[in-house]
Design a binder for this molecule. Structure first.
Ligand code: COA
Length: 477
C-alpha cells in the first residue's frame, strides 16, 4: 500500500483553470485514466484523469479552486503492484517500480469562436486530446507532449464541433442511454448539462412527458403537439377541416420547413422587443430618383434598401452591441463583437423566405450594394443561392416597402441580436414648428434581443438611423 499524489498533467496552455466538477469523493475506488475532476477555462473544459489505480484518500481541490499543471488533485492509496504507474515517493516512502505505459485520454470540450453563420450556432464541442503518459513520480510529473485543443478540433476522426455544453463523462452516459444532448436543458454552471439533467430527461421521456425530436418526427400525428408538449404547452388543436368544407393538403416547401424551424426557435428563445419609429426620407427619395435617372443606362437600379443597408452599417458602428452575438458556448454570459458588417436582407421567393447577405457592406458604395442586392435577389428567386451567399450576416433588414403595410415585428435571425423591419413610405402632414408640410415618412420597426440590448439603446439606434436617413450627409460625420 502506498500513498500517491495525483497531479494535473501537462495540459498545454491551460493555466489557473477553475475546477467545475468533482467526479469522485474520498473512499471511491478509481482506475487508471478515470476522470477525477473537470476543469474549465474560458475556452474549453477538460477532465483530469487519474494516473494511478487506487482508493481516493483525500481530494486536494474543491469546486472553484484554480489549478495548473502540477497542482495536486487527490491523494490515492494504491496497491504498489496493482498500480498502473509508479507512485511517487510520498512522505519518505520509497518509490515503487517503473510505470507501465498507459495511454490516458482526457476529454476536452473546446469552445470555438462563434461561427457567423446563422444556421450554425456555436456551442461547446468535445474532442479527445491525447493525454501525457503518467508521471514517472507523482511528485514530479514527467514532461509530456500536449496537443493544443485547436489542433485537436481539426482531427476528422473526432466528434464534430457544435455539440452541447457537457462534460465528457456526461456525454458518455448520454451516448449509452441514447439521450440527444442537444435537446437537454442544462442546469449546471453556464448552462452546462449535468448528469442529473440527463437522468431527468430520460425519466421524462420514459414517463411520456417529453418527446425527443426523433420520436416527434416519427409520430404519425401532429408533431406540433409534441413540440408544444416539450414546452409544457397544451396540445395543438386537432380539427377535421373537411367537416366544414372542401380542403386541399399541400406539403410545405423545403425552405419553409427549414425556415419554420429556425423561426420557431428564435421566437421561442429570444426575449424580443420591437421599437417603431419613422424616418423622413423626402430628400433621400428625391436623391434616389435622381441617381436612377443619372444611371439609367448602367442597368443598376438604386433602391431605398441600399441606402438602408448603408445607414444601418453606420448605426451598427455607432452602437456596436447591435452587431454582436451572445457567446452561447459560455452559457451566454459574454458578447462577441464582430468587427465586420455583413447585412442580410430578407428576400421573398416563390418557395419561401431566404436571407442573402451583402458582405463587407461598410466597404461598398450605394451603387455596388444595389447591384449586388439585385443579383442576390434574382439568384434567390431562381433558387440558386449558395450557402455562402446566405451566411455571415451580422444584422438583417426585412423590407416590405415594395409591398405595403405600416409596421411589423420581424423575428430576429439568431445568432444576430437585432433586425430592422421596413414598411412602405407614405406622404404625411408633418408639423415643422410653424405649419404642416408634406413629408415622405418611412416606417422603421427594430426588433432587438433584450438580453443584449436595452430599450433606451434601441430607441437611440432607431432615432440615429432616422436621422441619417433624413440627412444622408450625416453618414460622413
Ligand atoms: N417605401 C416605398 N416604396 C418602396 C420601398 C419603401 N420602403 N421600398 C421599395 N419600394 C419600392 C421600390 O422603389 C420599387 O418601386 P418601383 O418599382 O416603382 O421602382 C418597388 O417598391 C419594388 O421594390 P422591390 O423590387 O421590392 O425592391 P427592394 O429593393 O425594395 O426589395 C427585396 C428587394 C428582395 C428585399 C424584395 O423584393 C423582397 O423580397 N421583399 C420581401 C421581404 C420579406 O418578405 N420580408 C418579410 C420577412 S418576414
Amino acid at each position: 500500500m502506498a500513498l500517491v499524489e495525483v497531479k494535473v498533467p501537462d495540459i498545454g496552455d491551460f493555466k489557473d483553470v477553475a475546477v467545475i466538477e468533482l467526479l469522485v469523493k474520498p473512499g471511491d475506488a478509481v482506475q487508471v485514466d478515470q476522470s477525477l475532476i473537470t476543469v474549465e477555462s474560458d475556452k474549453a473544459s477538460m477532465e483530469i484523469p487519474s494516473s494511478h489505480a487506487g482508493v481516493v484518500r483525500e481530494l486536494k481541490v474543491q469546486l472553484g479552486d484554480k489549478v495548473s499543471e502540477g497542482s495536486v488533485v487527490a491523494l490515492l492509496e494504491t496497491e504498489a503492484q496493482a498500480s498502473a504507474a509508479a507512485p511517487a515517493s510520498v512522505g519518505g516512502q520509497p518509490a515503487p517500480a517503473a510505470p507501465a505505459p498507459a495511454v490516458v485520454t482526457p476529454q476536452v470540450a473546446v469552445a470555438p469562436v462563434l461561427p457567423v453563420s446563422a444556421s450554425a450556432p456555436a456551442s461547446l464541442a468535445t474532442v479527445a486530446v491525447p493525454a501525457p503518459p503518467p508521471p514517472a513520480t507523482a511528485a514530479v510529473p514527467a514532461a509530456a507532449p500536449s496537443v493544443p485543443a485547436a489542433a485537436a478540433a481539426h482531427d476528422p476522426t473526432r466528434p464534430p464541433l457544435g455539440l452541447p455544453h457537457a462534460s465528457p463523462s456526461v456525454r458518455k452516459v448520454a451516448r449509452e442511454l441514447g439521450v440527444p444532448l442537444a435537446e437537454v436543458r442544462g442546469t449546471g454552471p453556464k448552462g452546462r448539462i449535468t448528469l442529473e439533467d440527463v437522468q431527468a430527461f430520460t425519466r421524462a421521456v420514459m414517463a411520456g412527458e417529453v418527446q425527443t425530436r426523433a420520436q416527434a418526427a416519427k409520430a404519425p400525428a401532429a408533431p406540433a403537439a409534441g413540440d408544444g408538449a416539450a414546452l409544457g404547452l397544451i396540445p395543438w388543436p386537432t380539427v377535421d377541416f373537411a367537416k366544414f368544407g372542401p380542403i386541399e393538403r399541400r406539403e410545405l416547401s423545403r425552405i419553409k420547413k427549414i425556415s419554420g424551424a429556425n423561426l420557431m426557435r428564435n421566437a421561442a428563445m429570444i426575449p424580443a422587443v420591437t421599437n417603431h419609429d419613422d424616418a423622413d426620407v423626402t430628400e433621400l427619395e428625391a436623391f434616389r430618383v435622381q441617381l436612377n435617372e443619372e444611371h439609367a443606362k448602367s442597368g443598376v437600379k438604386v433602391t431605398m434598401l441600399a441606402f438602408l443597408v448603408k445607414a444601418c452599417v453606420a448605426a451598427l458602428q455607432k452602437f456596436p452591441e447591435f452587431n454582436s452575438s451572445l457567446d452561447m458556448a459560455s452559457g451566454g454570459d459574454a458578447l462577441i463583437y464582430k468587427r465586420y458588417w455583413n447585412i442580410g436582407f430578407a428576400a421573398d421567393t416563390p418557395n419561401g423566405l431566404v436571407v442573402p447577405v451583402i458582405k463587407s457592406a461598410d466597404q461598398k458604395g450605394i451603387l455596388q450594394i444595389s447591384r449586388e442586392m439585385a443579383e442576390l435577389a434574382a439568384k434567390a428567386r431562381e433558387g440558386k443561392l449558395a450557402p455562402a451567399d446566405m451566411s455571415g450576416a451580422t444584422f438583417t433588414i426585412s423590407s416590405l416597402g415594395g409591398i405595403g403595410g405600416r409596421y411589423f415585428t420581424p423575428i430576429i435571425n439568431a445568432p444576430e441580436v437585432a433586425i430592422l423591419g421596413v414598411c412602405k413610405s407614405r406622404w404625411e402632414p408633418v408639423w415643422n414648428g410653424k405649419e404642416f408640410t408634406p413629408r415622405l415618412m418611412l416606417p422603421l420597426s427594430l426588433t432587438w434581443d433584450h438580453r443584449v440590448i436595452d430599450g433606451a439603446a434601441a430607441a437611440r439606434f432607431n432615432a440615429y438611423l432616422a436621422q441619417l436617413l433624413a440627412d444622408f450627409r450625416r453618414i460622413l460625420l
